[in-house]
Design a protein around this ligand. Structure first.
Ligand SMILES: [Zn+2]
Length: 175
């Protein structure tokens, strides 16, 4: 799958939960691919979608991070990063070549039958659908929980945080 779609899918799903976690998640959502460049750079080249794309390793890292770091900034960042990696592997798994399950088997894992090749239009369709559904979900959430992206100006005015002038200036601003 293309990076842009990895980024959109991981970003949208994570924004529903907490927009602040989007940046570390996006770094993780591209990690399985850029880790291949890093390995090449340090003289340990690996084949595409092998060592850095084990489904089991990313899932274990993410679940492990969830339990090992219940809170705290570093733990939250590591957990979000690993979660991003999981989304990368799951979305790569929808493609024809799939992803490897674990270092101990040759089996490749496919999600939804692995129907398309990287870069095909359907990939953009999937990412657009995910973004659409996630924006819908964010709208269902109580206002304020997604404030960093969409400021609740009218709500601020009512609660006296800003005055009438600021409200009039900003009421049509969504970003
Ligand atoms: Zn990949």
């Amino acid at each position: 799958m293309k990076w842009i779609n990895h980024v959109f899918i991981a970003g949208a799903v994570t924004a529903v939960y907490d927009v602040r976690l989007v940046p570390p998640t996006i770094i993780g959502a591209t990690a399985p691919d850029w880790m291949e460049w890093v390995l090449k750079f340090v003289g340990r080249p690996v084949k595409h979608r092998t060592v850095t794309h084990y489904l089991s390793v990313w899932v274990i890292a993410w679940v492990g991070a969830l339990f090992l770091f219940p809170d705290g900034l570093v733990g939250t960042l590591v957990t979000a990063f690993c979660w991003g990696g999981v989304t990368h592997i799951l979305t790569d798994a929808m493609t024809v070549s799939g992803v490897p399950l674990s270092p101990y088997s040759d089996r490749r894992f496919h999600l939804f039958g692995g129907r398309f090749r990287t870069g095909e239009p359907v990939e953009y369709g999937i990412s657009a659908c995910v973004v659409f559904v996630c924006v819908g979900l964010m709208n269902l959430m109580p206002s304020g929980s997604w404030a960093p992206f969409f400021y609740d100006w009218a709500g601020y005015y009512e609660s006296g945080v800003i005055d009438g002038y600021e409200w009039r200036v900003n009421r049509f601003r969504i970003f």
